[in-house]
Design a protein around this ligand. Structure first.
Ligand SMILES: Nc1ncnc2c1ncn2[C@@H]1O[C@H](COP(=O)(O)OP(=O)(O)OP(=O)(O)O)[C@@H](O)[C@H]1O
Length: 270
């Protein structure tokens, strides 16, 4: 990915997201499913929080509550000091495991459509779209349709679409999970460079602990459902070097909190 010529203005930088004692449940027929229990943490402006936890513990639910797509059963989420309100929040951008591109639209239109919905005129939307497609290295595919793209390329379009809105809060649900390991590493590197340009506040849900160490300023480790925060693990620059002892330490600390051993031989020994 290349650098955008006109990075987001300072006013679009990320704000502070506070998750304050949040609990949530769903009613599933006569059954009540408790999902989150007393979850609290703060993402400072421009920081990247990676959320890891067992499958089904409530990570996506936490993203939805942060986006204002649902309200918590108890507790509060605050964005820049104000309670997160139900409904569309113009500060928020989201991307998911499946990029969810409209198959009948070209790559260019897939990125531009969100900008048009948010009130950018046609010319402005075209300019921003061109800039972000260049940033993710897809300019020459602007007229292609999603079925003509590889998984990694489609994911780049999804990321470009989210970032083109210049979100102050970026909510990502395993955005690189559907691509092969090599493409995933490449997308992670590119994503890190992109974040430097506009510094949104990021909540990044992943099952991949190495990914969390490489992208997060801190990791929020969640427990089984109903999920609470087991530990918040700070990640420093030296922890990201995969050949370092510091990295190995963070990896085993995180896996331990998840109840998994990093020593596969020990796990299979009789
Ligand atoms: N709208 C809903 N109605 C009822 N139950 C729901 C609803 N949404 C989620 N759930 C349940 O809430 C629990 C948490 O779901 P959620 O998708 O937040 O977990 P997750 O940690 O993101 O899972 P995964 O890691 O597998 O993606 C699951 O048991 C799920 O079945």
């Amino acid at each position: 990915m290349n650098a955008v010529s006109d990075p987001a203005p300072a006013t679009r930088r990320g704000g502070e997201l506070i998750v304050d004692n949040v609990s949530h449940h769903f009613a599933s027929g006569p059954r009540r499913v408790d999902v989150l229990q007393d979850v609290s943490f703060t993402i400072p402006p421009g920081a990247v929080a990676c959320v890891v936890g067992p499958s089904g513990c409530g990570k996506s639910t936490l993203l939805n509550l942060s986006a204002g797509l649902a309200g918590p059963a108890a507790g509060e989420l605050r964005w820049d000091g104000d309670p997160v309100r139900l409904g569309q929040n113009r500060d928020v951008g989201m991307a998911f495991q499946q990029p969810g591109l409209f198959p009948w639209m070209t790559v260019e239109r897939n990125v531009a459509v969100g900008l048009r919905t948010r009130g950018h005129d046609k010319r402005d939307a075209a300019r921003i779209t061109a800039e972000f497609l260049e940033t993710v290295g897809l300019t020459e595919f602007k007229d292609a349709y999603p079925t003509q793209l590889s998984g990694g390329m489609a994911q780049r379009v999804g990321i470009a679409r989210a970032l083109a809105l210049q979100p102050r809060l970026l909510l990502l649900d395993e955005p690189f999970a559907a691509v092969d390991a090599f493409t995933r590493l490449k997308l992670q590197q590119e994503f890190k460079s992109l974040l430097k340009l506009s510094a949104p506040t990021v909540m990044f849900v992943t099952h991949d602990v190495p990914e969390a160490i490489s992208l997060g300023d801190f990791i929020v480790v969640m427990s089984h459902r109903p999920a609470s925060v087991v530990r918040i693990i700070e990640i420093n620059r030296e922890d990201r070097d995969r050949s370092s002892a510091a990295y190995a330490h963070k990896l085993s600390e995180t896996l331990e909190c998840l109840g998994v051993t990093s020593d596969m031989d020990a796990a299979t020994d009789d």
